[in-house]
Design a protein. Structure first.
Length: 346
């Protein structure tokens, strides 16, 4: 069975606070662990009012300390923003504190606008073109110390933290294949080149000491609710957030609204249809069918599921329903919550 994991963007909602967001993150991680999700990843974004995981390693430590078995990691760290040694020390520390539970996904995008990237890096000559070299340097810090090695990651050396390459284009697919690393594709917001990236990665993969055969994880938006109508209503928060972001107005995660797509123009709807074409939104049965079809279509080894849902209880419920329809739990969450919704007159 294709394993499921969670990508949490630590959403800060309209009217909410960062403190509430991070409390919700830990609560969702504990639910994900109980439900049998394999990993819980957080992403590095900066200057985004609606995302609370800018200090990604710190939030990973918060989640790992509050859970016990689920793997916790970065999906991802935007390596051009950092010196490889610093990331090796951070994730070496996390690995020492939580042995066998830490993942490190690496991306080459800034995770922000270019002005903020300038503030992060000070020198933009540290460009994305250095990304392959920086990945190799970072991975070397996780190896046992070599004779004559003068720069060491302490903590870090000998930890062998698993490294993933992230991507939303063909570049990451080629690099992951060349280095023999697992590959995570951002089909949850940039699905256009998903099939080409998968074919390229699988066809060019070179076995390594890290991985003997290709291993693909795909990002996927899933919003599950007792009914299709409720799921579409909850999904409107993400739709609004995307339109706001692409219009240069990033903000906190908006409350859901009825019939959102009927309120916006053709250009905005076309953008949403493109960016979110892989999203699965609906009742338990619709989600089950959509998930099975996506897995058959892609042959994904893992799915990294994200759900930008305004109400935290509804977000937890969505992941419960998904786990149930995927056979991860005997608790038929969809039936249980549908009964509750019916008795409440919803």
């Amino acid at each position: 069975m294709t394993s499921l994991s969670v990508l949490d963007l630590a959403p800060v909602t309209d009217g909410g606070t960062v403190a509430q967001s991070l409390t919700n993150t830990l609560d969702l991680a504990r639910h994900a662990e109980r439900l049998g999700y394999r990993r819980y990843w957080l992403a590095e974004h900066h200057n985004m009012p609606g995302i609370a995981s800018a200090a990604t390693a710190v939030v990973i430590g918060h989640v790992a300390a509050g859970t016990s078995t689920i793997r916790v990691g970065a999906g991802g760290i935007m390596l051009p923003n950092h010196a490889p040694l610093v990331i090796a020390e951070q994730f070496g520390t996390l690995s020492a504190l939580h042995p066998g539970r830490i993942d490190l996904g690496l991306g080459r995008a800034p995770g922000t606008d270019m002005l903020t990237a300038q503030a992060l890096r000070r020198n933009l000559d540290a460009s994305v073109d250095n990304f392959p070299r920086d990945v190799v340097e970072l991975m070397a810090y996780f190896e046992p110390v070599r004779e004559g090695q003068r720069v060491r990651a302490i903590p870090g050396e000998g930890e062998k933290v698993p490294v993933w390459i992230l991507g939303s284009s063909l570049y990451g697919a080629q690099l992951a294949a060349m280095l023999g690393l697992p590959y995570a594709f951002a089909s949850h917001f940039a699905p256009a080149e998903m099939e080409r990236a998968l074919e390229l990665y699988r066809s060019r993969f070179e076995p390594s000491e890290h991985l003997q055969k290709p291993h693909v994880m795909l990002g996927l938006n899933v919003v599950a609710a007792p009914t299709d109508d409720e799921a579409r209503y909850l999904f409107s928060s993400l739709q609004q957030a995307f339109v706001n972001l692409r219009s240069g107005r990033p903000g906190k995660l908006p409350a859901p609204v009825e019939n959102y797509t009927a309120r916006i123009g053709a250009q905005e709807n076309a953008m949403l249809n493109n960016a979110l074409s892989c999203a699965i939104v609906g009742s338990p049965e619709k989600v089950r069918l959509g998930l099975d079809a996506f897995i058959r279509r892609t042959g994904a080894d893992e799915l990294m599921v994200t759900a930008q849902i305004f109400d935290h209880a509804a977000r937890v419920r969505s992941f419960e329903i998904l786990a149930s329809v995927h056979g991860m739990t005997d608790d038929v969450a969809g039936d249980r919550h549908a009964a509750k919704a019916s008795s409440a007159g919803l």
